[in-house]
Design a protein around this ligand. Structure first.
Ligand SMILES: *Cc1c(COP(=O)(O)O)cnc(C)c1O
Length: 419
């Protein structure tokens, strides 16, 4: 992977601090300026003081205390003037994602930092549902969401809110792959149910398996049948892992069929909760304009209302602390640990699934004694007797040291219980 990036750059601690301090200066300062109209202020002074020098040198914490509100969308039209400094930082984060990582042309996207992947996914489905309703005269019952059975539950949640059906596409039980035949069958049965418009959600790393869907498996059939569709990529989990490999990632905006992407910063990037990133092509987000939002300067194009600008600053600080090369290195180390684990499991004859460029290893439940699953806090696919899988997620804190203990316990159990 050759990392040529225009926005995403590694900065020194001094550069980061100066940039964030400048952004805070460009915002209104509730502790100094006269601000009479906003139902907003800095964090409660009795509880959160910013007197200590220590805090002032921490860009993220000083932003928390200044408490900017990033309500609205800052890639489109005008925005709340009071917080323009930190809004610019949010735009930089979005540029790093949309332009640098996911290869959209400059200025050709909209987006925001949502409370999480759940909202970012709902935002996408909301946009496309409304587009079909308003522009193509669709009725709710004409629209189907097409996504694999391994898709995150935020999709059925959004389907429920938006009152559209989710057509679940089965996956191969071993490879977790969606086959062309499975998609074709799902499309055919949708058509029989009267569906005419399709919203595809392709996973860039499912939550349970880390499996990555090939977007073409869906789009080839939709093109063949000449059906109107939009496609969203759910990279909530995998967005900061999958693209960082020694291969050319094709799941990005160079594919004209991909209209939007969700990437959570509060998973692999270890940003604070409240940092789901949503980006979509220009010309789409207007479909969810709430024109009644008159007191917000600029247009309200997001599902949530008020949201913290400190979250944008936190993501910006993490990304510029690493820079793309260091992030690539970090992910490479994590993938090496995943390789190590898989090799040990192979030697033990344990059956598991692992997507090659991902850091999740999902083990058949019959291969893991329940006591060990409990001891190591492995997460089951379902919390009942039908469970078939346990997963190990190679997060930053999971080192070979811990994996070694798990493997040794597996060996011991196998010796006591040969089968
Ligand atoms: C975690 C996750 C989500 C939901 O994200 P939240 O940030 O928890 O709302 C959506 N999709 C996938 C694939 C996920 O892993």
């Amino acid at each position: 992977m050759i990392i040529e990036m225009k926005y995403w750059k590694k900065l020194t601690a001094d550069e980061r601090l100066a940039r964030v301090q400048q952004a805070l200066k460009d915002n209104v300062d509730f502790s100094k300026d006269a601000n009479l109209g906003y139902p907003a202020s800095r964090l409660d002074e009795k509880v959160f003081t910013n007197e200590s020098l220590f805090l002032r040198e921490m860009p993220v914490l000083s932003t928390y205390i200044a408490n900017p509100n990033h309500i609205g969308c800052h890639t489109f039209g005008t925005s709340e003037y009071a917080f323009k400094g930190t809004q610019a930082i949010e735009r930089e984060v979005l540029n790093m994602m949309a332009v640098d990582l996911f290869k959209i042309e400059e200025g050709q996207f909209d987006g925001y930092i949502s409370p999480g992947g759940t909202e970012a996914n709902a935002q996408a489905l909301w946009i496309y549902r409304n587009e079909f309703l308003k522009k193509l005269g669709a009725k709710l019952e004409d629209i189907a969401i097409l996504a694999s059975e391994d898709t995150h539950y935020s999709i059925p949640k959004a389907a429920n809110l938006l009152m559209i059906d989710w057509i679940k596409v089965p996956v191969d039980p071993d490879t977790r792959e969606v086959s062309p035949k499975a998609v074709k069958d799902a499309v055919k049965s949708s058509l029989q149910q009267g569906k005419k418009y399709f919203i595809v959600v392709a996973n860039m790393g499912t939550t349970m398996f880390g499996s990555v869907d090939d977007p073409k498996v869906f789009t080839d059939i939709l093109h063949e049948y000449q059906l109107p569709f939009r496609m969203h990529i759910d990279g909530a989990y995998g967005g900061f892992v999958y693209p960082f490999g020694d291969f050319e990632n094709q799941i990005n905006f160079t594919n004209p069929d991909i209209s939007s992407i969700t990437i959570d910063a509060h998973k692999m990037l270890q940003a604070p909760y409240g940092t789901g990133i949503f980006v979509c092509r220009k010309g789409l987000i207007e479909n969810v304009l709430t024109s009644e939002a008159k007191y917000v300067e600029g247009m309200d194009l997001t599902l949530c209302g008020s949201r913290s600008g400190a979250n944008a600053v936190a993501v910006w600080v993490i990304l510029t602390t690493y820079g793309p090369h260091k992030w690539f290195e970090k992910i490479s180390v994590i993938k090496m640990r995943t390789n190590w684990l898989c090799k040990q499991l192979d030697q033990l004859g344990v059956i598991y699934f692992r997507e090659p460029e991902m850091n999740i290893v999902t083990i058949r439940s019959e291969c893991v004694p329940e006591s060990l699953a409990h001891k190591y806090n492995l997460v089951p696919q379902t919390h009942d007797e039908t469970n078939q899988w346990y997963k190990i997620v190679l997060m930053d804190h999971v080192e070979i040291e811990h994996l070694k203990d798990f493997i040794q316990d597996m060996v011991t159990c196998k010796r006591l219980n040969p089968s």
